[in-house]
Design a protein around this ligand. Structure first.
Ligand SMILES: [Cu+2]
Length: 572
């Protein structure tokens, strides 16, 4: 009886929710159990993709604050398809209500650079183009100073380099202090640099699924532990809510080969993804990681597929893979995330079936297939990094204060400091450099290393075994923009888990940008720092934004000498 009633009300809710959502909310969400469809897709034409996005907020029936980017025709968080060398022009309009003084946060910036508004408040937003190797100058992928407040508009003109690797990237707000809540609220979407079939011909013509996995508060905010996750997860805005954990549905015909492009757009949740048929993990053929075709950087210009049966996906990371649909004999076909031990101070990232795989015949819209036409592969950014002479080695570490209210990323030997946009650069380097960084985790929870503007090559994963983690073989030698560093067990006699990565500053991007932990709760509480890349002797110039007047103003402050690189990166 009880079950019947629950089912009855669930069905009623399923019938009513989309109508109610469409009528009232600028940020509609699908009911649990829905079939996952690709997000709406927009494509560049003649080298430019122009998009108008309104930044909105709403409350859902569980009292969660939702955020979203919406086009004038109501498309939410569209996938932005561009080609290498394209300009992505986004006109952002912040439609959030004007914050009242009671809502608190007001912070004037003393920074030497101003981009957009000068005062951060509760409504502030900006956009980070995660993983893209674009310029950190104002109106491009600049997040330290860019502020777009309630009622304001701002134009981005992000120039993708002509050697950008093809693959999956994503966009999300990145205002320090309030990044977590906007990403938990759902304000994110996918960016695809098209042309992956040129480097990985195995995907040419395949049906394509774009999955943006997000996280959000669990209804009622029960204390996490045991089966109660720290966060619920959603796929393309279809929730898998605790406690029912009703899986979504992914359409796949028997034996059908599909290309899945998965972004972990969670604010805080680490995933460990598997495809399981009747209890047996299936081979996943990795095509690209973090937007770079795997094995494609060794001069051969052709990627190599890597077979795994699961992969840990840090927050903000992407994995793109080929998977084959179940045979007709298979009774249960599931896409799931395995639980992860994130350490005694970490989140509870539980096991969940994300989707049941069924032949339901969905229509995944305009980007439902990869182009079948394979063109000549091209030389990508980062090629030759494995053999490039290393110009500097640095040691950094993640740490926390005992009550977990302050989080740090520190260059070994320097004084730990929580992030402020007004901090001076923690590291200064020069364009043309190739650096090996060893990043330790000196805290009792996992952290996820990310650097803006460039990728890094994984050289080694050290002292992972102590805590039941293990180095992930598939990542070795790959170009990533995200890597998980497992927790330290607290035993002073044990070495800290660490990774050694090779960073490539030989490209076009100069100026100030950030590196940080991409668990956004940690980033908001200080675990971020600035690196300054000065122009090299043979400085190549980054592609510039076109036709925008400079909104960047420069002042001398705090004795920081502003080098000529700002002239190079300023918008003409
Ligand atoms: Cu962290």
């Amino acid at each position: 009886m009880r079950n019947f009633r629950i089912n009855f009300f669930l069905t009623l809710a399923l019938l009513l929710t989309p109508i109610a959502a469409a009528a009232q909310s600028p940020c509609p969400r699908f009911p649990a159990g829905s079939t996952v469809t690709n997000p709406p897709a927009l494509f560049s034409q003649d080298g430019t993709l122009t998009v108008n996005l309104a930044f909105n907020t709403a409350q859902d029936s569980q009292g969660r604050t939702l955020y979203c980017f919406t086009t004038p025709d109501g498309s939410e968080s569209p996938t932005l398809h561009v080609n290498r060398g394209d300009h992505l022009i986004i006109n952002v309009k912040n439609d959030l209500p004007t914050p009242t003084s009671a809502s608190g946060m007001q912070m004037a910036t003393n920074a030497v650079t101003v981009c957009g508004d000068t005062t951060m408040n509760d409504s502030s937003v900006n956009i980070h183009y995660h993983g893209t190797n674009t310029s950190p100058s104002c109106h491009q992928d600049e997040v330290i100073h860019t502020l777009i407040n309630s009622g304001e508009t701002f134009t981005y003109d992000v120039a993708f380099p002509s050697d950008e690797p093809p693959g999956l990237y994503w966009y999300h707000p990145h205002v320090h202090g309030i990044a977590e809540r906007t990403v938990l609220g759902g304000a994110s979407g996918a960016i695809v640099v098209d042309g992956i079939e040129d480097l990985q011909p195995a995907v040419a013509g395949l049906p394509q699924k774009v999955f943006v996995i997000r996280d959000q508060n669990v209804a009622g905010n029960p204390p996490p532990g045991g089966p109660v996750p720290s966060w619920d997860v959603t796929i393309n805005y279809v929730p898998i809510p605790y406690p029912a954990l009703t899986p979504t549905v992914i359409d796949m015909a028997p034996n059908e080969k599909q290309f899945w492009r998965v972004a972990n757009a969670s604010a805080d949740t680490i995933l460990d993804l598997q495809v399981v048929y009747d209890g047996k993990p299936q081979p996943i053929l990795l095509v690209a990681l973090d937007g770079v075709p795997v094995g494609s950087q060794d001069g051969s210009a052709h990627g190599k597929l890597i077979t795994v049966t699961d992969l840990r996906l840090p927050t903000a990371a992407r994995m793109e893979f080929i998977v084959t649909g179940p045979t007709q004999k298979v009774k249960s076909a599931q896409f799931l995330t395995e639980s992860i031990d994130t350490g005694p101070d970490g989140d509870n990232d539980t096991t969940r079936v994300l989707a049941n795989i069924e032949a339901v015949g969905d229509n995944s819209g305009q980007d439902a297939r990869v182009s079948a036409k394979v063109s000549k592969p091209w030389r990508q950014r980062f090629e030759g990094l494995a053999d490039a002479p290393v110009t500097a080695r640095r040691n950094l570490y993640f740490s926390e204060n005992p009550d977990q209210t302050q989080f740090f990323i520190t260059v070994d030997g320097a004084r730990p400091a929580i992030f402020s946009p007004d901090n001076p650069p923690a590291i200064e380097t020069r364009q043309g450099s190739v650096e090996d960084w060893t990043i330790e985790n000196r805290s009792e929870e996992n952290h996820e290393f990310h650097i803006h503007q460039i990728h890094f090559m994984v050289m080694s994963q050290n002292n992972f075994e102590r805590n039941g983690s293990k180095p992930i073989k598939a990542l070795q030698g790959q170009l990533l923009d995200m890597i998980d560093i497992p927790f330290w067990d607290g035993n002073r006699h044990h070495k800290y888990p660490s990774v050694t990565v090779r960073l490539d500053f030989r490209g076009q991007d100069i100026g100030d940008f950030v590196y940080h932990c991409h668990i956004l709760n940690h980033e908001d509480q200080g675990m971020m720092a600035i690196i300054r890349v000065l122009p090299g002797p043979a400085a190549k110039e980054a592609p510039k934004a076109r036709g925008l007047s400079a909104k960047t103003t420069r002042r001398e402050a705090g004795g920081v000498k502003l080098a000529s690189f700002q002239e190079n990166t300023s918008v003409k």
